[in-house]
Design a protein around this ligand. Structure first.
Ligand SMILES: *Cc1c(COP(=O)(O)O)cnc(C)c1O
Length: 421
């Protein structure tokens, strides 16, 4: 459920007409609904209310300070994957004890910064990384809390680019070698083992892969405890999928997911951490764009938008489907015609949809991409020297620009000319 609905023939973001934001901000832009993202966070929080837990928002999905502050005010923790994300989380007021640090290649500088600023745990992804964390922590005279990310070798049944839990993926250590690696961790100075971490992929639309992975984590917890390790936390990653189309069957609900966690792991008495990103922000965001031209090609019609692959790369990168709807609601009797919906970037890959059935639209009309909140603005670039797309946050009848569109001068002045040129 989201808060983007038609009222009197106009698409609204909560209580604000999307067209009103477009008039104020210009297109293209991202708009997020506070109510939707707060609602999604609370669904996860409630789904785990049967035990001690922390929902750590995977901020790589959308990391604007205003979004982080909205979630932090709800009590959310953060899952960060870089020094930049750590700095963003801290700048948004998230205390270190609510930040977990994931990612396959943490540098010494990132580890040091997190230990200086405070960190709940590092999710260690390899033995060399574990040794670096040990060295840095020891040199600083502190102890780094760690979990070790295990790769359970399960098929997440999702797009290949976002599956992370098969043995051929670069993530974590093979679960079969976990005992050995935990033994080394226990022997290294400057580390305190606090738990186990697992994350098998993104946009999972079934619970079975989670179940397979979590049953393996349950077994491993018992084995590691028998080896003498104190396993008090289980970080179960993110990955629950969202509906991108109206028609396909609905992915599992956070409540079902929470019940699955309770059933597979609840008996172990651990504190549970989860790292949802997409489900919290995905359906809480739209990308709004204007039709520049309607072009009749050889046997096909093109809708040419002012948004492009640099603003929303998911269709080009993951073959992703986004619903694209008119901001002015189509007449009930409107005839739908197939269109290729494209951006102006000089690449054939700059295609959002092929043969998409659309109501009549013309130059100047606005359209909205649904489910664009996650992995949208954060993956945007200035390819073709198109300024970074701005972001807007709505709350009730208020809206505010939370990242402004740079001017051409802003863009150009980021470059510097060497003195000798
Ligand atoms: C990307 C990622 C997540 C979030 O995945 P979603 O599909 O957005 O929920 C969580 N944890 C880790 C380690 C990740 O890399």
């Amino acid at each position: 459920m989201d808060h983007f609905v038609y009222r009197d023939g106009q698409l609204y973001a909560e209580d604000v007409p999307v067209a009103e934001i477009a008039a104020a901000v210009g297109t293209p832009f991202y708009v997020y609904s506070s109510a939707t993202l707060v609602r999604h966070y609370r669904l996860f929080d409630e789904a785990l209310s049967w035990g001690p837990h922390l929902v750590c928002y995977a901020m790589k999905a959308a990391s604007n300070q205003a979004i982080l502050r909205t979630l932090a005010a709800e009590g959310a923790g953060m899952d960060v994957v870089s020094g930049g994300e750590y700095a963003r989380a801290r700048a948004a007021g998230v205390p270190g004890e609510r930040i977990v640090f994931s990612g396959v290649g943490k540098t010494r500088a990132e580890v040091r910064a997190a230990l200086e600023g405070g960190i709940r745990q590092f999710n260690v992804e390899s033995e060399p990384e574990m040794r670096v964390i040990s060295e840095v922590a020891s040199a600083m005279g502190v102890v780094a809390p760690i979990t070790i990310r295990v790769n359970p070798d399960v098929d997440a049944r999702t797009h290949a680019k976002i599956a992370t839990g098969k043995s051929e993926n670069k993530f974590g250590i093979p679960i079969a070698r976990a005992r050995e690696v935990y033994a080394e961790a226990a022997a290294l100075p400057g580390l305190k083992v606090v738990g186990i971490d697992v994350h098998i992929g993104s946009q999972l639309t079934q619970l079975e892969p989670f179940e397979q992975a979590y049953l393996k984590v349950a077994d491993l917890t018992e084995v590691l405890r028998a080896d003498g390790h104190e396993i008090t936390r289980l970080d179960l990653g993110g990955g629950l999928g969202i509906p991108y189309t109206r028609s396909n069957e609905a992915p599992p609900l956070p409540s079902d997911y929470g019940a699955l966690i309770q059933r597979t792991l609840g008996h172990l008495g651990c504190e549970v951490e989860i790292e949802p990103g997409r489900l919290i922000i995905g359906n809480a965001g739209l990308l709004v764009s204007e039709v520049i031209y309607l072009k009749h090609g050889e046997g096909r019609d093109f809708l040419i938008l002012d948004a492009a692959m640099n603003d929303l790369i998911r269709p080009a990168m993951y073959d992703a489907h986004h619903e694209i709807v008119p901001v002015k609601e189509a007449e009930a009797a409107a005839e739908l015609h197939p269109h290729d919906i494209v951006g102006p970037v000089c690449e054939t890959g700059d295609t959002f949809a092929k043969g998409r059935l659309m109501p009549p639209l013309d130059s100047g009309d606005l359209v909205a991409f649904r489910s664009a909140g996650a992995y949208g603005a954060v993956m945007a670039s200035e390819y073709n020297s198109r300024p970074l797309v701005p972001e807007v946050l709505v709350k009730g009848d208020q809206f505010a620009v939370i990242r402004a569109r740079p001017s051409f001068d802003d863009m150009i002045n980021r470059d510097t000319i060497p003195e000798w040129l």
